[in-house]
Design a binder for this molecule. Structure first.
Ligand code: XLS
Ligand code: NI
Ligand code: NI
Length: 437
């Protein structure tokens, strides 16, 4: 059988002292962190779109990532060959999962019927490759944004036929995800949003989006697909205002539309920062709502205002992410999907390995650091101490709901002035975290 990365052997864990660029220095799948192996804690996933379909085009230049195995056509043969490339890459990397959009794995044809037939053909090969390698599908999703028919959105399009097309496409994508044993199904807004309210009926669009998700859930149930549904927040791009702006907006949408317990969140770092939040903020907000389902691991660029989807190498960022993930003991059926792409100047196939190795190592280091911080209890003790006035007395009555406004007034009239505040010690605590890095 043809080999597409003949120079690359299986990537091994060699430890922090290793100088081998094609080895893990920190990601050791067997190493246990807070009771879980790193393999199970992260559930790393390679994304099909950036890694096997990325071409390096940008608004100013054409493809630079010209792969020796890819003839650039949308033939079925080319798509089938890419499956071999993908599974060789993911196997050599040692990632347990992968993810796709329907249109990443199989080309679109002129009718939905023909497109579905091609998708089935590719899916059959994916299924064989999964069985052969043990690599599993973390999630599937539908591309409801590239085709020009989706110019006004998909579930939120003003064109009812486009809604119907999107529904048919998602129905099929859920079925293929189910057929491949996918553990989750993702909804990212695509073009669900707007550019200008003068021509937009926001109420109808949001109602349609909720209807769409319920229909998807009804269909999933009817075919026995029990994977987790995930909503992926993103504030802007491609539309000026996306309906899935951030975790808070998505949680509100989920709660208002009876989707609680049905839909969790897939949080992506670069989307968090585009929304003006830290990744840690988005993760923590999702976690406390019992809605942190999965993450798209990447990073943006501080100086650029768009979704650059770079591989995450910042250990400080990884530590913050892992503080939240360890707090909820991992991601359950979710995982850590590298929704990240190599730069268009990094056009050698080996760059794909460097990128993923670096991301996995950054997360592994982050996990070790976060576990050490947690083992020493430095943050949890400080935070517990900071809120201790709610553990007894008037604070406990506020929390258990037994104190009324009148009670609080009587308490304060009697006392005359509130107890003095204590320092928040932000600088000290930041210094403390640095000691673990
Ligand atoms: C785009 C999104 C997309 C989703 C899947 O910005 O991150 O890649 O993860 O549709
Ligand atoms: Ni994403
Ligand atoms: Ni993104």
């Amino acid at each position: 059988m043809a080999e597409y990365f003949p120079e690359i052997q299986q990537i091994q864990y060699e430890g922090p002292q290793s100088k081998n660029p094609l080895a893990f220095k920190h990601y050791n799948p067997e190493e246990v962190v807070e009771g879980q192996t790193m393999r199970d804690l992260f559930r790393f996933s390679v994304c099909y779109w950036h890694t096997f379909r990325g071409t390096g085009t940008d608004p100013f230049g054409s493809a630079t990532l010209v792969r020796p195995w890819d003839d650039g056509s949308d033939s079925v043969e080319n798509a089938l060959k890419r499956v071999d490339v993908a599974f060789e890459f993911i196997s050599k990397l040692g990632a347990p999962f992968y993810c796709w959009h329907d249109r990443d794995i199989a080309p679109e044809r002129s009718t939905l019927r023909e497109t579905n037939a091609v998708l089935d053909q590719i899916a059959a090969k994916l299924k064989d490759k999964q069985a052969e390698t043990g690599i599993k599908l973390l999630w599937g999703t539908a591309n409801l944004f590239s085709n020009p028919r989706f110019m006004h959105g998909a579930a939120t399009s003003c064109n009812a036929d486009v809604f119907a097309f999107a529904a048919a496409q998602v129905k099929k994508a859920i079925e293929v995800t189910h057929e491949l044993g996918g553990e989750n199904y993702v909804f990212w807004g695509g073009r669900e949003g707007y550019h200008n309210l003068y021509n937009t009926n926001m109420q109808r669009e949001l109602d349609h989006l909720a209807r769409f998700m319920h229909l998807a859930h009804d269909h999933a149930k009817s075919i026995g697909f029990t994977g987790q549904f995930l909503f992926e927040p993103k504030p802007k791009e491609p539309t000026k205002h996306q309906y899935d702006f951030d975790a808070a907006t998505c949680l509100n949408f989920i709660g208002r539309n009876g989707l609680d317990g049905i839909v969790k969140l897939n949080i992506e770092t670069n989307h968090a920062t585009l929304a003006g939040h830290t990744m840690m903020h988005e993760l923590e907000l999702a976690r406390i709502h019992n809605a942190l389902g999965s993450i798209d691991a990447n990073t943006g660029d501080l100086l650029l205002g768009w979704d650059t989807d770079q591989f995450p190498t910042d250990i400080y960022l990884a530590t913050q992410i892992m503080l939240v993930l360890l707090e909820q003991q991992g991601l359950g059926s979710g995982g850590t999907n590298f929704d990240a792409k190599v730069r268009r100047e990094s056009f050698d196939p080996v760059d794909l390995f460097h990128a993923h190795i670096g991301g996995m190592d950054a997360f592994a280091r982050g996990a070790k650091i976060a576990a050490a911080i947690r083992a020493d209890g430095v943050l949890s003790d400080f935070v517990a101490q900071r809120y201790r006035s709610f553990d007894s007395g008037i604070g406990a009555k506020i929390e258990d709901g037994s104190a009324t406004f009148a009670d609080l007034e009587a308490y304060m009239l009697e006392k005359g002035e509130s107890a003095p505040n204590e320092s928040g010690r932000q600088e000290w605590i930041e210094n403390l975290i640095n000691q673990y890095l």
